[in-house]
Design a protein around this ligand. Structure first.
Ligand code: GLU
Length: 476
């Protein structure tokens, strides 16, 4: 078999790489790896109206952040220098001219106004004409497009590796524009010419392109080129089966990184979209995926994108990581956090409690800055005499021998709880809220050790002051 070459062909028309495109990229990249092939990235920037400046860099950075960088570039030495269609206009023009010469395409000088008028008429008569039926063959002018002469009534058949044989009749297809009046190709011409010239062996893309494939096949045939293998991946869906959309789920991949999802967890999660591990494993490395991926076993039914599962998986990855590695990841993540160099001792305390890197901040903020107390949080403890209990705790802390040790600390406060007729839980929760302002923190004694004995005592005093003079309830 000739070399396996795959590609993704994102258009720089959105804020960032869509999570669905990341999925497509993963399958293309992994399949190329599996077969010692090449994975190519081609920026399809031919739609100048929807072009978003800067989107290309964001897309490439996102791919890189998930470890899916292209294997090949147009420039030597550049880290990312993908193929870019806007730099290849001469090539598309040459191939469009070839189609004109062969008589399978024609020049069309129709104005926008004329086209609008025809559409209007069609909406009344409900008869859809093929473009050639009203296009004036003798027209001349400066501006023209090149259209494909689509056969009237022909079944176009192709084999999709996942879905089997697909047949679409050309009756439904109008004479597709191939080259626009601005000299840019449309998606259809660009994609076919480039997949051919770039020797793409497997066109692996999302399901939404199935309906375009017959147009592409007509072009392959017109040029006399061999077809690549087509693989249309299922589209990721919301839990209600609707297409994954911004309203239900975050769709831009940078969001996942900002939230502190780990790239390897996201990759593992995406690998399981529409495909399952032969041993039913949920957690596996990308190297393992490369070995066992079988394109034919991807299910065509749109898999549900369950973010709760992703969160669980991310937590599993965090727990499996060494403390050193997690510290490093957190430090990279917390670039602007003033205390990012002080987190190493805290990491083992929170490892079991965080699912995403972002969970670290609310859980540990109190270690770096004074808590903001909230009377409601104190009230949730349901302690009869809060004030007395804190006063007693302060008194006892003053008498404890420094440095405190965990056993003495436990025993001292359990005795105090007994004396005050309170439960141990109430006692320790009260100290927790006094030092942190929160009901949930990393383990209490370890947190106190990080805070220091003096700061702990200070906070108990501050908590007492707060309870004595709580801020006035807002009046409505
Ligand atoms: N430019 C298309 C996109 O935006 C590429 C589709 C394909 O892979 O053929 O996704």
């Amino acid at each position: 078999m000739s070399e396996v070459r795959t590609r993704i062909a994102p258009s720089p028309t959105g804020e960032d790489l869509h999570i669905g495109n990341l999925y497509t990229a993963l399958i293309n990249w992994a399949f190329a790896r599996q077969n010692q092939g090449k994975f190519v990235v081609r920026i399809e920037d031919t739609d100048r109206e929807r072009f978003v400046g800067g989107a290309e860099d964001t897309i490439l950075n996102s791919l890189n952040a998930f470890g899916l960088s292209p294997d090949e570039s147009t420039r030597v030495g550049g880290l990312y220098a993908p193929y870019r269609q806007s730099e290849r206009l001469e090539i598309y023009k040459k191939y469009a001219d070839e189609l004109l010469e062969k008589g399978v395409a024609y020049k069309c000088y129709c104005s926008k106004e004329k086209l609008e008028k025809i559409r209007e008429e069609e909406s009344i008569t409900h008869v859809r004409k093929k473009h050639r039926d009203f296009c004036d063959p003798n027209a001349t002018g400066e501006k023209f497009v090149i259209r494909l002469l689509v056969p009237e009534n022909e079944n176009v058949t192709f084999i999709d590796l996942i879905r089997g044989k697909i047949t679409i009749n050309t009756k439904e297809l109008d004479d597709q524009v191939l080259l626009k009046s601005d000299g840019y190709p449309t998606y259809h011409l660009g994609v076919v010419v480039d997949d051919y010239l770039m020797k793409i062996s497997h066109v692996i893309r999302a399901e939404e392109w199935i309906s375009s494939t017959p147009k592409h096949i007509l072009l392959y045939k017109a040029f006399g080129w061999e077809l690549p293998i087509f693989v249309h991946l299922p589209i990721l869906r919301n839990s209600d089966k609707s297409k994954l959309s911004k309203r239900r789920n975050p769709v831009w991949v940078s969001w996942y990184l900002q939230e502190g999802y780990l790239p390897e967890a996201v990759i593992n999660f995406l690998a399981l979209m529409g495909w399952s591990h032969p041993e039913e494993k949920e957690i596996f490395s990308v190297e393992e995926f490369i070995k066992i991926l079988d394109l034919k076993k991807i299910s065509p039914v749109g898999p549900a994108f369950d973010i709760v599962k992703l969160e669980w998986m991310n937590g599993e990855y965090i727990r499996k990581m060494s403390d050193e590695e997690l510290t490093k990841r957190l430090q990279d993540y917390l670039v602007d956090h003033p205390a990012k160099d002080k987190i190493a001792p805290i990491v083992p305390l929170v490892k079991e409690r965080i699912k995403k890197l972002s969970d670290f901040i609310p859980l540990t903020d109190f270690l770096f800055e004074k808590p903001e107390y909230d009377m409601d949080v104190f009230k949730r403890l349901k302690i009869k005499d809060l004030r007395l209990m804190i006063e007693k705790a302060i008194e006892i802390m003053g008498q404890m021998k420094s440095p405190w040790n965990s056993e003495d600390f436990q025993k001292t406060f359990m005795d105090l709880a007994k004396e005050l007729n309170a439960t141990n839980l109430d006692m320790f929760q009260l100290i927790r809220v006094a030092v942190s302002g929160q009901l949930v923190t990393p383990p209490l004694f370890e947190s106190i050790q990080i805070l220091g004995e003096e700061e702990t005592k200070n906070r108990l005093h501050e908590a007492l002051e707060f309870i004595k003079n709580p801020p006035a309830e807002p009046k409505y």
